[in-house]
Design a protein around this ligand. Structure first.
Ligand SMILES: Cc1cc2nc3c(=O)[nH]c(=O)nc-3n(C[C@H](O)[C@H](O)[C@H](O)COP(=O)(O)O)c2cc1C
Length: 402
C-alpha cells in the first residue's frame, strides 16, 4: 500500500551522542509501522545505550565491529548498504559527519555509508558551539551538495547546558521525515487545502458546543499529501495534534473562522479535502458573562452556521477536485449520495459511525467511498494514515485528478 513502511528495509546508524536514547524510540516507531530495521552502532554509541536494547527491538543482530567473527557473509557493509531503502543516522555526531564528508571509512557505519546508493538522511545532534563550528558547517554543506538529506536540529536547552541549535528532533518528527523520504512524489506541483478537527461555538465565556472530532483524519491526509510532494494548507479547529512538518497550518475555533480561512485559500488550490466536523449551528446570542443556573429548564436558540462544503461546491473551478466527508449514524447510502450531488463533490468519504474501529478519536477508520459517477467502494478497517494514502491514490485517478 502506498505510504506504508511494511516491506521496507532501513539501516539505522546510531553514533555516540547523548541523544542516542531517542533512537530507541525511533526504532520502535519504525518497527511498529512494519519496517525491517538493521542497526549499526559506533563503538562510542554503545557507551550511551546498550546494543541489547536495539537488538531486542529490531529482532536483528546489531553491527558494531568491522572484523568481528560472524556467521553471515564477510561483506556486510556492501550487503546491508545495498539491501535497504534508506539509511538514517540518528543521532549523527560531528565526527561521523566529518568522516562522511571526507570519504573516511574506518568503522562499520562510515564504511556502509560510502557503499550506500539509496537515500541517506543524517540527523545531526551536538553542542551548539560544535554545530556552529566552521568545520561542521562546511561538512554539512558538503554532505548536502553530495545529495544527502540533512534533518536540521531543534533549538533549545541542550544536555550540555548551552541553549541554541543542536538538539535531536523528537523521534516522531524523524519518523515522519523517513516516511516523507520513502513516499512517492506523485503530488509534486499540486496544491491542496485540507480542513480538520471540530469547531467550537461558545455559549458563554466558559462553555461551548462542539463534537468529539480529534483532527486525526485531516492531519493524516495533510501529512500524507505533504509526503507525496504537495504544497499543503491545513485549516484546523481545536485539536491537540501538533502541526505537521512543512504544512502551512491555520488554527481556528469557530465555524465562521474556518469558513473565512477556507475562502482565503480555496481559490488557489487544485484539491480540497474537507474532513472537518463543522458545527451546523451556533448559539444565537452567546452570553458575555458565565450563565448562572436557575430553577427551571433552559432553552437554547441556535443560528445556522455557513455551509462551507456547499459553498466550496458552488465556487468550484474547472479541474478542481472537491472531496467531502460524511459521518452518518443511519441511511449512509442515501445521505452520502445526496450530499455528493447537492454539494457538487467529486468524492465523498462516508464514515460508518458505530462500526468497530470507526469514527472519532480512534486511529482507525471504516469508510465507504461514493464517486460522482455512481460507483461505491466499501473499505476494510484501516489506519487513518493508510486511509489517507488510499484516498490520495483514488483522487489521483479521478477524471479531474492529478
Ligand atoms: C557525555 C558525552 C556526550 C557527547 N555528546 C555528543 C553529541 O551530542 N554530539 C557529538 O557530536 N558528540 C558528542 N560527544 C562526543 C562523541 O562521543 C565523540 O566525538 C566520539 O568520538 C564520537 O564517535 P562516533 O562518531 O564514532 O560515534 C559526546 C561525548 C560524551 C562523553
Amino acid at each position: 500500500m502506498t505510504g506504508s513502511l511494511t516491506g521496507k528495509t532501513l539501516v539505522l546508524g546510531v553514533t555516540g551522542g547523548i541523544a542516542a536514547y531517542k533512537s530507541v524510540e525511533l526504532l520502535r516507531l519504525l518497527r511498529t509501522a512494519g519496517a525491517r530495521v538493521r542497526v549499526v552502532m559506533t563503538r562510542s554509541a554503545t557507551r550511551f545505550v546498550g546494543p541489547t536494547t536495539f537488538e531486542a527491538l529490531s529482532g536483528e543482530p546489531v553491527w558494531i565491529e568491522m572484523f568481528e567473527a560472524r556467521s553471515d557473509a564477510a561483506m556486510r557493509h556492501i550487503d546491508w548498504a545495498q539491501r535497504c531503502d534508506a539509511v538514517v543516522v540518528a543521532p549523527a555526531t560531528a565526527n561521523i559527519l566529518g568522516k562522511l564528508a571526507n570519504g573516511i571509512a574506518d568503522d562499520p557505519l562510515s564504511t556502509l555509508l560510502l557503499a550506500a546508493t539509496c537515500p541517506v538522511m543524517l540527523c545531526p545532534a551536538m553542542n551548539t558551539h560544535m554545530f556552529r563550528h566552521p568545520a561542521v558547517v562546511r561538512n554539512l554543506a558538503r554532505l548536502e551538495a553530495d545529495g544527502h538529506r540533512i534533518l536540521a536540529p531543534d533549538s533549545g536547552d541542550l544536555a550540555c547546558g548551552t541553549v541554541g541549535p543542536g538538539r535531536l528532533p523528537d523521534p516522531g518528527v524523524i519518523f515522519d521525515r523517513i516516511r516523507a523520504l520513502l513516499a512517492p512524489k506523485d503530488y509534486r506541483g499540486r496544491r491542496m487545502l485540507v480542513t480538520a478537527g471540530p469547531t467550537r461555538e461558545m455559549l458563554d465565556p466558559v462553555r461551548f458546543l462542539s463534537n468529539p472530532s480529534s483532527g486525526r483524519m485531516g492531519f493524516a491526509v495533510a501529512r500524507a499529501a505533504e509526503h507525496r510532494g504537495a504544497a499543503v494548507t491545513l485549516v484546523s479547529g481545536p485539536s491537540t495534534l501538533t502541526d505537521p512538518v512543512n504544512v502551512a497550518t491555520v488554527r481556528v475555533t469557530t465555524a465562521r473562522e474556518m469558513a473565512e480561512a477556507v475562502w482565503q485559500h480555496a481559490a488557489d488550490v487544485d484539491i480540497v479535502v474537507k474532513t472537518a466536523a463543522v458545527s451546523d449551528y451556533r448559539p444565537g446570542s452567546p452570553a458575555t458573562q458565565k450563565i448562572k443556573k436557575e430553577a427551571g429548564d433552559m432553552a437554547l436558540i441556535l443560528t445556522r452556521n455557513p455551509d462551507i462544503l456547499m459553498e466550496l461546491g458552488r465556487r468550484k473551478q474547472t479541474g478542481q477536485v472537491l472531496v467531502g466527508f460524511a459521518a452518518e449514524t443511519e441511511n449512509l447510502d442515501g445521505y452520502a449520495a445526496g450530499k455528493l450531488k447537492q454539494k457538487n463533490l467529486d468524492l465523498i468519504v462516508a464514515n460508518r459511525i458505530g462500526a468497530v474501529g470507526a469514527g472519532f478519536e480512534v486511529d482507525t477508520n471504516v469508510v465507504s467511498l461514493f464517486y460522482r459517477d455512481g460507483r461505491r467502494e466499501d473499505l476494510e478497517s484501516m489506519s487513518k494514515n493508510d486511509l489517507a494514502h488510499l484516498l490520495l491514490d483514488r483522487i489521483a485517478n479521478l477524471p479531474s485528478g492529478v
